[in-house]
Write a protein that binds this ligand. Sequence first.
Ligand SMILES: [Zn+2]
Length: 87
Amino acid sequence: MMTCHECGQTMVRDARPVVLIYEGHFITVDLPGWYCACGESVHSSKEMTVSDRALDLLKARAGGLLDANPGQLTLLRDCRADCQQPG
Ligand SMILES: [Zn+2]
C-alpha cells in the first residue's frame, strides 16, 4: 500500500505508458509503479530501469547506431519481463 505524498489518496499498482523524448526521437514504454488519481507516480530504482534502458535505446538511435535493428523490441520486452517479477 502506498499513499500519495501530494494529495494523501491511496495509490494503485499499475504499468502506464510513458513517452520518453531525446533529441527529437521518442519512444513509449509501459512504466510499472504506483500511480495516483491526481497524476503523481512513484517508481523504485528497479522500475526506473525500464525508462533507463529505453533512454539508452533512444541515445543509440539518435546516434544512428541501431536504426532498423530488430533487437530493439527484444530489449524492451526483456526489460518488462524483468520488472514484473515480484520484489
Ligand atoms: Zn495524489
